[in-house]
Design a protein around this ligand. Structure first.
Ligand code: DQA
Length: 150
């Protein structure tokens, strides 16, 4: 089974109570269960993590690069300004799918730019929690196209 990291940036641990009009009422724990169940269905072993700490997120990205592990990443606010995260992601050795629950392009101006998008395989945004399901499906398809070397 291929391992996939689903990484989440700041404030996403507060899903469920955080701005429900924007992010819905699903809690982070519910999201983690959804990702793990989706992974199981797709033959992926999914490890879901969340941090409010940029340094920790960068360390997890390094871990994925060293292990040639795909990442589904919701960088949250780091999307818009973290060059440290972007530089870490540029070292990736496997697919990287950027995800957003909301559609940042339809929101405030400062959310329109992603410093991460240019180093990602692709971006999925605006589908609520389904963004993660679609991203995991994309990872499964990409891995099927290019099986890991033995
Ligand atoms: C977000 C969008 C970001 O602009 C915001 O800072 C977040 C969540 C999303 O999933 O829609 O924290 O990444």
């Amino acid at each position: 089974m291929s391992h996939v990291l689903v990484l989440n940036g700041p404030n996403l641990g507060r899903l469920g109570s955080r701005e429900p009009d924007v992010y819905g009422s699903t809690t982070f724990e519910d999201l983690a269960v959804l990702c793990r169940d989706t992974g199981r269905r797709l033959g992926l072993d999914v490890d879901v993590r969340q941090t409010d700490d940029e340094a920790e997120l960068v360390r997890w990205v390094h871990e994925a690069a060293d292990a040639r592990m795909p990442i589904v990443l919701n960088p949250a606010a780091f999307t818009h300004y973290s060059y440290a995260l972007r530089d870490a992601l540029a070292q990736r050795t496997a697919p990287l799918i950027e995800v957003h629950i909301s559609n940042p392009a339809a929101r405030e101006e400062f959310r329109h730019n992603s410093v991460v998008a240019a180093v990602a395989t692709g971006t999925i945004a605006g589908f609520g929690m389904m963004s993660y399901v679609l991203a995991l499906q994309a990872v499964a398809e990409l891995l099927a196209e290019t099986p890991a070397p033995h």
